[in-house]
Design a protein around this ligand. Structure first.
Ligand SMILES: [Mg+2]
Length: 410
């Protein structure tokens, strides 16, 4: 029976308007053809429609004639391409190729950035299937503080060298003031469920331990140690014990004052609102202090907080902590534990942080994002955000501004 069937690809292009696809498929339905593949895009009001169909050999002449009449009626361009069974096999295999999503993000996008990124894709034999803008219309006034631009490339193929590709994109992004993420396009990418944040210098623009130290009169001393620890130059646990000891005698009322004045990072409110709205589980995994994590938990409806507890006696810090230290290794374990409890595959998890003690969790998470990170962290992370606020994370998850604006207040 098969030899009496014919495979035909039609490609249609023209100015788009409602009803075009309906008119074309109405003709196909008259001849009872089977659709083997169909794809359509509308870019700036220009339609591009492709249909691969199988029809009875005896009908193919009439199908083509009817379609051509219709196309001329509608003022659109229509072309036919007969497809052999071998060509069809090749087509099917191409569809099965790996897919990736490359997201570019910045205060603005330039031709230089796009040319640089697409050149790298081409060097790795990756083919671009689609490009879309995730941010709302870019305002003409560049000076607006809220200006940002994000586009997403849907890419097909297998990179020649994934590590090299990552490295090239990283170099490009730091030289051209943009951020990027390069992710495999799987169902997990679209269904992330759990997001774990570092707290200090990620959700808030300070290191709380430095704030406490300042009020204890040991500010400079502690700040220097914190910086070295976050850059990964000294052991986190050892330096943590040392710094907490210096806080001895500080009045506990200071904690409340600091908590109420925490400088929240740009974009956090929007990010939290959206994540909660779409059902994500949210955790703070912090090498800082539980007291402040709990304050943010209340403020933003965060689900889990794991951090360190300061010992208090007679209303004063004792210079000691209670329980185990949450260090880098512990953060990664906690992410995996929460994923288990929430019955979430590790591929559906996201981690965001800036410090060397975040690296372990950034590498176990399905998506690890370095945020305004220390150099060592940025160099080791698969994706990073340096150019805009924390709500930039939403673009790496594929959220479009237009979806969010429909829900109001976002
Ligand atoms: Mg941090």
């Amino acid at each position: 029976m098969e030899h009496q069937k014919e495979l035909i690809l039609i490609r249609i292009s023209g100015i788009d308007r409602p009803g075009l696809t309906a008119s074309i498929t109405e003709i196909l339905s008259k001849y009872q053809v089977d659709i083997m593949d169909i794809g359509q895009a509308d870019i700036h009001s220009t339609l591009s429609l492709g249909i691969l169909f199988k029809c009875a050999e005896k009908d193919s002449g009439n199908v083509m004639k009817d379609l051509l009449f219709k196309a001329s009626d509608l003022g659109i361009d229509l072309r036919f391409y007969p497809v052999s069974p071998d060509e069809y096999e090749t087509w099917v295999n191409m569809q099965g190729k790996n897919r990736y999503i490359l997201t570019l993000l910045g205060r603005k996008l330039t031709a230089e950035q796009i040319s640089g990124a697409t050149k790298i894709l081409a060097e790795h034999n990756l083919n671009i299937d689609g490009i879309r803008r995730l941010t709302g219309r870019i305002p003409l006034d560049e000076k607006k503080a809220s200006v940002r631009a994000c586009i997403e490339f849907s890419v097909r193929g297998t990179p020649k060298d994934r590590e090299l590709l990552q490295h090239q994109l990283m170099k490009l992004s730091s030289s051209l003031a943009m951020d990027f993420s390069f992710q495999q396009d799987t169902m997990y990418r679209r269904m992330r469920r759990l997001i774990c944040f570092d707290m200090d210098s990620t959700l808030i623009q300070t290191e709380v331990i430095d704030e406490l130290a300042m009020r204890a009169g040991v500010g400079e001393q502690v700040k220097a140690i914190t910086e070295r620890a976050m850059r990964g130059e000294i052991d986190f646990r050892e330096s943590f014990t040392e710094r907490v000891a210096l806080l001895k005698g500080l009045d506990e009322s200071v904690m409340k004052e600091i908590a109420e004045n925490l400088p929240i990072t740009e974009g956090v409110e929007r990010l939290m609102y959206v994540l909660k709205h779409y059902g994500y589980k949210i955790a703070i995994l912090s090498g800082g202090f539980t007291y402040f994590g709990n304050y943010l938990k209340e403020k933003f409806g965060i689900d889990y907080v794991y951090a360190n507890n300061l010992e208090i006696a007679d209303g004063k810090l004792t210079g000691r902590y209670l329980g185990d230290i949450v260090d880098g290794k512990r953060k990664a374990e906690l992410l995996q534990l929460i994923a288990q409890v929430e019955r979430v595959d590790i591929a559906q998890t996201i981690a965001v942080g800036d410090g060397a003690n975040d690296l372990p969790m950034l590498s176990v998470a399905g998506l690890g994002i370095a945020f305004h990170a220390k150099p060592k962290v940025a160099a080791n992370a698969r994706q990073s955000i340096n150019t805009i606020g924390l709500d930039g994370v939403l673009y790496f998850l594929g959220f479009k501004d237009s979806y969010l604006e429909e829900r109001g207040k976002l």
